[in-house]
Design a protein around this ligand. Sequence first.
Ligand SMILES: *Cc1c(COP(=O)(O)O)cnc(C)c1O
Length: 402
Amino acid sequence: MDAPKIALAERVLQIKPSPTLAVNAKAKALKAAGADILNFSVGEPDFDTPPHVCAAGKKAIDDGFTRYTAVPGIPELREAICQRFADDKGWSYEPDQVQVCCGGKHGLYNMAQALFGPGDEVLIPTPYWVSYPPIVQLAGATPVEIPLSEDNDFDLTEELISKYVTARTKAIILNSPSNPTGAVFSAAALEIVGKMAIKNGWVIISDDIYDTIVYGDEKLPHILDVDPRLKEQTLILNGVSKSFAMTGWRMGYTLGPKHIIAAMNKIQSQSTSNPTSISQKAALAAVSGPQDFPTMMRDAFVPRLDFIMKALLEIPNVTCVRPKGAFYVFPNLSAYFGREFNGKIIGNSVELADYLLDEALMATVPGAAFGDDKFVRFSFASSMATIEEGMKRLAEALGRLS
Ligand SMILES: *Cc1c(COP(=O)(O)O)cnc(C)c1O
C-alpha cells in the first residue's frame, strides 16, 4: 500500500514556480537533445563577471575568508555601497541602513516578510516582474495589479492608481527600468506616486536593479528625487546581478529606514544568516572598483536594441514600445491570436511561446508570466548573430499562421 501523501502548507499551494526559469529549463533540455534552440528567454547579461571581481572572489577563498560574517553583510561592503550611492546619486545612507542579501530577489522577500501581512494590499504596476506577486502572497498579503497600457508607454497616472487604492493599501512596487517592458516611469508619474505615498503613508519599494542599463542621455527619474521626505518610507532594492553580470553569485542589497532594515536583518538572521562570504568580497570589488563595466555592457546592448526593434516593427501587426532601459523587448503579438497552424489555434501568449519553441526553435517568455497576455518577452542579452537569426525565424513563424 502507498504511504499517505503528506499535505503541503496552504501558502505554497497558492503560488507557481517562476515561469521564466521553467521556459529556460525546457529550452535547455531541447538544446541538450540536439535542437538548434535560440534562447531569448534568459533574464541575465550574456557577459562574464569582470576579471577583477572574480579575482576578489578567488582571493577570499585563498585567504580563508570562508566563515560566517555579520548577518547584514561585512561592514566594508555596506560602507562601499553607501559611498557608491553618495557618489553616483547624491543620496546619503549609513551602513546600518543597508542590508546585503542573497540576490535582489531575496531582498524583496526579506522586505515582504518584515512589512506585509494578512489584510495588506500591495500595488503592483502590471506587466510586472514575475516574482512580485508570489513574494507578496508568501507574506500573507494581497498583490493588487495596476494595469499599464502600451498606449501610454507603460507609465503610471493618478487616475489609474486611484482606481486601485483602498484603505488597506500598504505599499507600491516600482521597477524602472522595467523587466519585462524596458519602460521607465516619467518624472511626472513619480511625482504623483510620491504625493500619494506621503499623504497615505505607503511604503515605496523601488527596484532599481536595471539602473545602470539606461538608453539615451536623459537622467533616469527616481522617486527619491521627488521629495526628501520620501526617504523615510522608501526601500531601494539593487544589487550586482545585472550591473556586473553576477547573477550566480547571489548578491543583492537594500537601503532604507533603519528600523525596517533592522527588522529585515532579524528575518535574515533566522533564515539564511549572512550572504556568502566569498560573494561579498567579490561584490565589494564590483561596488568599490572602476565602474566602466556596466557602461561597456550598456553600450554593447545599443546596436542589438536598434536591430531587434527595427526587425520587430517590420513584422505585420506587431507593435512594440521602444525600451528605455534593461535588455528586453516586449512586443504585442496578440494580433496573431486566433490564427492557426496545422489545425491548431493559437489562443494566447503561452500557446504562442510554445509554438515559437516547437516550430521556430526559439525560447521566449509568454506575457502571461508578467500579468499581461497580449505580449511575449524577448531578451536581447545574446549575440547579434542570434538576434538576426531569431528575428528571421520569428517573422517566418508568424507568417505561417493563418
Ligand atoms: C534580475 C532581477 C532582480 C534581481 O535578481 P537577483 O538575481 O535575485 O539579484 C530584481 N528585480 C528584477 C526586476 C530583475 O529582473
